[in-house]
Design a protein around this ligand. Sequence first.
Ligand code: ZN
Length: 317
Amino acid sequence: MTTIEIIPICVPTPFAVGDVIVYLVKGDALTLIDAGPKTKEAASALEHQLAAQGVAISDIEQVVLTHHHADHAGLLDLFSDLTELIGHAYNEPYISRDKAFFEWQGTYFQQLFSELGAPLEHKQAERLLRSAYKFSCTRSLTKTVGEGMEIDGLKGWTVLEMPGHAESHIVLFHEQEGRMIGGDLLLQNSSSNPIIEAPKTGSKRTAPLLDYQQSLKRLYDLNPAIMYPGHGDAVKNVQTLITKRLDKQRKRTEDVWRMLSERPHTAFQICQRLFPEFYQKELFLTMSETVGQLDVLAHNKRITTEWDGATQYFKAV
Ligand SMILES: [Zn+2]
């Protein structure tokens, strides 16, 4: 059996994370994993590097999304209706920019942030959410995939759902070869953030850090020999890196617990203490991390909550 070639293509992004890496996979179907953000620079980098492989955009038969973030999905707009667009169903409202979903997200986050003690106007919430998709696409998936499925044309590769960084996050795993195409699940050069999302069904908020830690533990057991990530260097020390990431998170959990044993705090007050330099500029990311830590403490029954009017306070048990 011959091993399918996975060719990294480095695409620039306008985001702090730097370049995104998309992969050309020469399987039975010519496949691209992720696409890049929707900018001229990214489109030209993608086209040039594909051309160096003798491939034109129109030759790509399918694009598989690891998750819905703009730095991965934006350039879906480059592809014609003939290209299969494949990913988890949760990509859909973001990549299609579903108007009703975006409006509902604005309302949802304004309400949630106000309960968590963070001042966020409705307009500001919508603006923040929309700006995250400024470099995204307006496309729909042509095929959805989920846990345990195989994608046509990529024989031997199985889809695994690995939520946390995004609820839509999947990876492709070739168990026999010990290879994984990992998106942003585990990055060598930076920590991947858990990010809160508005619920897709029902009204229960996601618990991104708990999900993410669960995904990392699963990845630890799978222990691929190599991971092809969405950013930075290939990961060849999966278990060591996971241990390092989980240790760092555990230290932060203890910091939060210590703050809460001094006195009750709102999530926003904890956020300000954890990220004094960043919370204003990166409200969503820093609040996501904070809420994630509170979820972990609540899950382990180390904190309780109480309400003062419409504001929620957390305190150590
Ligand atoms: Zn991402």
